[in-house]
Design a protein around this ligand. Sequence first.
Ligand code: SF4
Ligand code: SF4
Length: 364
Amino acid sequence: MEYRELGSTGLKVSRIGLGGFAFSITTRKESERAIHRALDLGINYFDNARLYGTENKVGSALKGRRDKVVIASKCHFRDPREIESSLEKSLRELSTDYIDIYHIHDVKSEEEFFEIIKPGGVLETYERFKREGKIRFIGATGHDNQALVRILKTGRVDLVMGRYNPLTRDVENSVIPLTRRLGKGFIVISALAWGIFSVPAEAYPFEIAGKDFPAAEASFRYILSNPDVDVVLAGVKNEREIEELVTLLELPPLNEKEKARVVWDSMGLGKGSGCTQCGVCMPCPEGIDIPLYFRYMTYLKEYHSDQYPALTWQAYAPPFSKACTECGVCIERCPFELPIIETLREVDSIAEKMRHPTYRDEYD
Ligand code: SF4
Ligand code: SF4
């Protein structure tokens, strides 16, 4: 296993980390087996979030090995009292009395930024947790690079997590160089671009140095070739998937020509297959967060998880698709020609159903 110093935290973390969301579709036993295999292979970074609903699976699997691992979790609330109660729940579920890295989950708009930094706001609450020893370091996650840049510039977070893969490379010229300049950590989410790189090897092989690789491996190799990436999170479901991932660390980093080839091949893979969260369609004149809609569609399709989008949809309360005037600006911009307007409508009709009281009873 390859390890990195995570920014200026002094934490030594494995270059591959385990994301907690995938455990929402595995049983407790399967999750435990996967986590134990990851530990045996030297993985020591375990990411989670209150919203994933899997903290207890990870907490019980890590019992007895707490001092060997770095545990990260996230809170999506912005009200100090709700944050405090969310942290207490996370600590209980994770069976620990401290969380190594506590993230502000999904930072977005400029307006929200002021909410986060205001006196008595989110950052002050997190800083108090730090003084109380309940958390060790503060992180921020998000799909909006501008939001990550804003929060990094406050100097009050120790690391950020952003999306990065061969189809979504804008962090290379924004967030990543800034983390290096400020001595902060950088952790990668969306390594498989929301499942776009999860195609079977035979269906779309990537050629690297005369050998075929599955698209997922090509994406991981591309990301791992960037020396400024500290940890890449992987959502694995079983031991085999972890073993395959870890072997990628034994391969040499891609050279510039090989990286360019992976990017080129990825463009063909991306066309029509789904939203890469690249954000090129934005901004929408009506303030609709288009990539967010596609993320929720993925949750519904890939994870069969109704509960997660229901909860977060209510937490974020984005401007719904009825605000869409069908101006078509986003459609012209999207390089992958995705059916944006239809997707907005479809997700909202599911979300509407979720707000129905009988549906809520089913999942509460
Ligand atoms: S078509 Fe709708 S979603 Fe797209 S930019 Fe126009 S208003 Fe926004
Ligand atoms: S809808 Fe298209 S342009 Fe917008 S984030 Fe997704 S892939 Fe990118």
